[in-house]
Design a protein around this ligand. Structure first.
Ligand SMILES: NC(=O)c1ccc[n+]([C@@H]2O[C@H](COP(=O)([O-])OP(=O)(O)OC[C@H]3O[C@@H](n4cnc5c(N)ncnc54)[C@H](O)[C@@H]3O)[C@@H](O)[C@H]2O)c1
Ligand SMILES: [Zn+2]
Length: 363
């Protein structure tokens, strides 16, 4: 199948996202346009490299592919781990002409991207995302960063990549739960922007969960187009980019009240989307048909970790700490019909509590 190529515009320069089964094989030629082999540094994690290192190293051809391996997982997404990347860059005598190639999930992309943003005031970055979430979301848009003990992603920068290469065949080794968690973000793209994507998802769940490369490629390419289109229109998240937060206001709060230990991010977002649809219906903005469609799709994808032991009050309190609140006003994204959104600023705590209780939370 031919590779898809999506252009993302950014103030620092437009960049392509190359998507498809076989995209990895195109990596050497794409990289050759950026920098000679000796100026590339690969950053990955032991897990990713164990599963995909041979293929990535092969794709990178004859260059000396001794990757810098740093632990991934949310707990490693810290300035300490970034320091290890700096150490490796310095040891390799990387200069300002170096290109950092980040191979991994969102954690590696975010932290290696932050190292690239700050090393010698910024070197070029290439993303080779290896999870569904990273391919459809974190590798596109230029946000990089790490966590602080007081909160997620509090330290960061905008540092758009020069190139993103998303090959769905690397997802074959991804755990089933990771895969499904990433697919909830695809549900989000369908719900906010594309009835066609939503329908494709609904009709290919078994193949997607089975990590069928063709099925994944179809929904990943469309998700990348949507993310590319949104971030091109609003790089710094002052307006249109907010629609990407559909399901995230409640989702982030669920992650926070469970200390990031229960849900994969996408699973929390799935609960958040269910809540947002209920809130939309209660406010007379969302069609009952759309709410039912989102419910059915999410249910058909499998069981989510429970929320029945969580108190709606605690979740709402955690929502109040979300950094997406601007001047004290919560900009809440509702899907009015599949593919169409509205931003509302009059969602009250009580509205959210009612929706959470309807979904099974305690009072
Ligand atoms: N920058 C952004 O715009 C943005 C957007 C969304 C999320 N994020 C960030 O992304 C992170 C989550 O990313 P994630 O969901 O990809 O999780 P992750 O990076 O933690 O990866 C999940 C797990 O999958 C493993 N893995 C990765 N690729 C694999 C493969 N091909 N085969 C087998 N195992 C593989 C990893 O080792 C890890 O254990 C969060 O830190 C979040 O804040 C950033
Ligand atoms: Zn998300």
């Amino acid at each position: 199948m031919a590779l898809s190529r999506v252009e993302v515009s950014a103030a620092a320069g437009a960049y392509p996202v190359v998507i498809g089964d076989g995209a990895l094989a195109a990596l050497p030629a794409l990289l050759a346009e950026l920098a000679p082999a000796h100026e590339r540094i690969v950053v990955s994690s032991p897990t990713v490299w164990r599963h995909q290192g041979r293929r990535i190293a092969h794709a990178l051809g004859r260059m000396r592919t001794t990757p810098v391996l740093v632990p991934d997982g949310e707990r490693s997404k810290t300035v300490r781990t970034v320091q290890r990347v700096y150490d490796a860059l310095l040891a390799a005598k990387a200069d300002r002409g170096a290109v950092l190639v980040a191979c991994g999930g969102g954690v590696i992309g975010d932290l290696a991207g932050f190292a690239a943003a700050t090393y010698m005031r910024g070197i070029r970055l290439v993303h080779v995302p290896t999870t569904v979430l990273a391919q459809v979301d974190s590798a596109i848009g230029g946000k990089v960063g790490v966590n602080h003990p007081l909160g997620k992603n509090l330290i960061g920068a905008f540092h758009p990549p020069r190139l993103v290469v998303a090959d769905p065949s690397v997802l074959r080794t991804l755990g089933a739960r990771e895969c499904r968690a990433g697919l909830y973000e695809v549900v989000k793209y369908g719900a906010i922007a594309s009835p066609a994507l939503f329908a494709t998802l609904a009709s290919s769940i078994p193949q997607l969960l089975d990590r069928d490369v063709q099925a994944l490629e179809a929904v990943i390419a469309e998700s990348c187009r949507i993310k590319a289109w949104v971030v091109s229109a609003d790089e710094r998240e002052s307006g249109p980019r907010r629609i990407l937060n559909f399901g995230h206001t409640v989702g982030h709060a669920l992650e926070a009240v469970t200390c990031y230990g229960r849900f994969r991010h996408g699973e929390a977002v799935a609960h958040g989307m269910l809540a947002a649809m209920r809130i939309g219906v209660a406010k007379g903005l969302t069609t009952a048909r759309a709410a039912r469609a989102v419910d059915e799709l999410i249910m058909a994808m499998g069981t989510l970790p429970t929320i029945s032991d969580l108190s709606a009050k605690a979740v709402v309190t955690a929502m109040g700490r979300d950094k997406k609140i601007v001047d004290g006003t919560l900009h809440f994204v509702v899907v009015t019909d599949i593919g169409t959104t509205a931003i509302v600023t009059d969602v009250r705590e009580a509205d959210v509590k009612i929706a959470l209780r309807a979904l099974g939370c305690r009072a």
